[in-house]
Write a new protein. Structure first.
Length: 699
């Protein structure tokens, strides 16, 4: 039996009483950690190779943050600096229990034996702090002289629960399961382990992106926002959103070295020659940056938070986003250990594979691990583009009726939730399906007022009287002609979506009954999407809730409700949207309407099964309201017109009147009867002979 000497005991005990060595993490790693090269050789860690890692490393000891999130491609040195370096700091400078979680048990074993064991062996300061007892050091557990403990594990409730750790590091996070053994996501479980230490605890998460984008129609609301996705990008978005910027060596303007700025390689058929020609282009001055400038520019690079900017003199401005998470995201062109030639070669060969096989797996891997970006599926990129539709916009005076319009219809969507409103769209129809978007607006405020006389917000589900605004501000409104403002055109008909939050359907039926009493029942229609597949596009029903839940709308079989086959109708409208030349079925857009409208037109996607769906929570009202307009004119027999012989309701002169009244949206007067001339026959739908419509039974 061997016994420890008094000197050894004193040395071990003294480690327990040493005060923390306060110094930046990057300085400690530079001083104490050696990087194993294989064959027994090693080098000191060099911050000048990966200067972008220094700021994230130093945030690991800041009490201003609860977590540090780093998003980046492979070959950036992030594991070496952020994981191995942080462990070095915690062992030498500020001993504390540390939990490292790799993505699998095998990867945890590999990290322990191939990285940490070699680092401990070739770094004298680390080696001297290891416990001398063999039982204290194995593959997944290491104990040090100061009593601090390093656990190397994998995503498992057994490992990530119960025990407290001051430091927790999660690596390759986007290769983890979304749910750890039914207990929740990895970050939430891991960060709970540090809460006992309050502001002294820290959780680190690092990974390249790997999760699918939840909303392929997403557009950033701030310059540094990441696309909506689970995993590492979701955590990044919760943080202060820092991006890596270089100063252009030509103009001095700061820009992000992104893969989108790579140029010069598209003119070659050989991917080797093409990749060698790749250069980075400054987005400010368009000058090319040579590959050998990367290390110099990295040394001059800065991390800017969302909301910040830096001018060419290096002056910082803007209000930085605030968060308890310090989050960082950089892309492949700045990665120290991968050249631009390698990046572009991998990309071009992956593109060739996609063209040959149709498989996107290799492309996705290149985007995720080499570019450091989430992958947008090619099928999504090839979907309808709102920018193309916007480029067709015509210079028509704002909210006026173009010369080709013969009659106007209004379609209304009822929006609930926090932003309750009526969304109104006015569509003008000409001959043979040609149509114009004439107007688009929201009705947000009711005629009800509070104690201060301020207008209360609209609430279509709770207040039947709020629906009266659809008479004064839609049905009885008129629009000036673009070529003759002294003439105005009134509506032929209005269709309203009757579905929505509680109370909306009830009030929609009450509103229609009121319209009928006032003689407008033939100009107002209630629509609803039909969940049942039918042969006809539109089915007229007379809903009744006899014997059903009191929560259902209380219609007594006297209100006509039109059920729409929305997928089939959307196919028709989608085909019309992409007609390139004016003529039959062409849709005209006015130049005054914003880009948001075209985003609505193109937000939905069509599945291979023929179903239209929203890929996320974006807006699609513009598309839906064009569909309602198409259904409304079908109801009136528009499809049966033998042009140029049109019935009176489809003639321009029927709906014109002199501009002798102020017809603005701001008018708060009570609803008045329309003073427009009506056709003698009236625009009554011919249900019996219309091949697009069936008369449904009771529902």
């Amino acid at each position: 039996m061997t016994y420890a000497s008094a000197a050894e005991i004193r040395r071990d005990v003294s480690e327990l009483f040493k005060a923390p060595h306060r110094m930046p993490v990057a300085d400690a790693v530079r001083r104490y950690m050696r990087v194993p090269l294989g064959g027994g050789s090693s080098l000191p860690w060099d911050a000048t190779l990966t200067p972008y890692i220094v700021e994230p490393m130093n945030c690991l000891t800041s009490r201003n943050y609860d977590a540090v999130v780093f998003v980046g491609p492979a070959r950036t040195g992030k594991t070496l600096g952020l994981i191995d370096g942080w462990i070095t700091y915690s062992v030498v400078c500020d001993p504390a229990d540390f939990l490292l979680i790799q993505m699998t048990e095998e990867k945890a074993r590999e990290h322990s034996k191939k990285r940490l064991e070699r680092t401990f062996r070739c770094s004298p300061e680390l080696h001297s702090r290891l416990s001398p007892r063999a039982s204290d050091n194995n593959v997944h557990d290491r104990t040090f002289r100061a009593g601090n403990y390093l656990k190397i594990g994998w995503p498992s409730v057994n490992i990530m629960s119960s025990s407290d750790y001051r430091y927790v590091a999660l690596t390759d996070y986007d290769r983890w399961p979304d749910d750890i053994d039914g207990e929740g996501d990895g970050f939430s479980l891991a960060s709970k382990r540090t809460t006992t230490f309050m502001s002294a605890g820290m959780t680190l998460v690092e990974s390249s992106p790997g999760r699918d984008i939840c909303d392929t129609k997403w557009k950033a609301s701030t310059p540094h926002e990441a696309p909506p996705a689970t995993g590492i990008l979701s955590l990044y978005n919760r943080g202060d959103r820092r991006r890596w910027y270089w100063p252009c060596p030509h103009c001095g303007e700061y820009f992000q070295p992104e893969i989108a700025s790579m140029t010069g390689y598209r003119g070659y058929t050989d991917p080797v020659l093409a990749s060698e020609a790749a250069r980075l282009q400054c987005p400010a001055c368009s000058e090319l940056i040579e590959p050998d400038m990367k290390r110099v520019l990295n040394s001059r690079g800065v991390w800017l938070r969302d909301g910040q900017s830096m001018d060419r003199e290096g002056q910082l401005s803007g209000k930085a986003r605030q968060s308890r998470i310090a989050s960082f995201w950089m892309e492949g062109p700045a990665a120290a250990y991968q050249t631009w030639t390698q990046l572009i070669y991998k990309y071009l060969t992956a593109e060739q594979e996609y063209q040959a096989t149709g498989s996107e797996e290799t492309l996705k891997a290149v985007f995720n691990t080499d570019f450091g970006r989430p992958y947008f599926p090619r099928t999504a990129l090839e979907q309808r583009k709102g920018e193309h539709l916007e480029s067709r916009a015509e210079d028509i005076p704002e909210r006026t009726v173009a010369d080709g319009v013969r009659f106007l219809v209004a379609t209304v969507d009822v929006q609930g939730g926090r932003h309750r409103r009526f969304v109104v769209q006015i569509t003008g129809y000409g001959a043979m399906g040609e149509r114009w978007v004439v107007d688009r607006y929201n009705i947000r405020h009711s005629l009800r007022s509070d104690a201060l006389g301020e207008s209360r917000p609209l609430d279509p589900g709770s207040y039947p009287e709020d629906w009266d605004l659809l008479l004064s501000d839609v049905l009885y409104k008129t629009w000036a002609l673009a070529s003759d403002p002294s003439k105005r055109m009134s509506l032929m008909a209005m269709a309203v979506d009757s579905g929505g939050e509680d109370g909306v359907t009830d009030n929609a039926y009450r509103f229609w009954r009121k319209c009928r009493r006032e003689g407008e029942g033939k100009r107002v229609y209630l629509f609803k999407g039909d969940s049942h597949k039918r042969e006809k596009l539109i089915t007229r029903t007379w809903p009744d809730n006899t014997g059903r839940s009191a929560r259902r709308a209380k219609a007594a079989g006297d209100v006509p409700l039109y059920l729409l086959q929305t997928d089939a109708l959307k196919d028709r409208v989608n085909n019309a949207l992409w007609r390139e030349a004016p003529g039959p079925n062409y849709i005209h857009f006015p130049a005054w309407i914003g880009s948001w409208f075209y985003d609505e037109l193109t937000y939905e996607e069509r599945s291979p099964e023929g179903r239209w769906r929203k890929p996320g929570r974006g807006a699609n009202e513009g598309f839906d309201l064009l569909v309602y307009a198409d259904a409304l004119v079908i109801l009136h027999g528009y499809e049966k017109i033998k042009w140029p012989d049109a019935p009176s309701w489809a003639r321009r002169e029927t709906w014109l009147e002199d501009s002798d009244t102020d017809n603005t949206l701001t008018s708060m007067s009570p609803p008045l009867k329309a003073r427009t001339r009506k056709p003698s026959s009236g625009p009554t739908p011919d249900m019996t002979n219309n091949p697009w419509i069936t008369n449904g039974g009771w529902i």
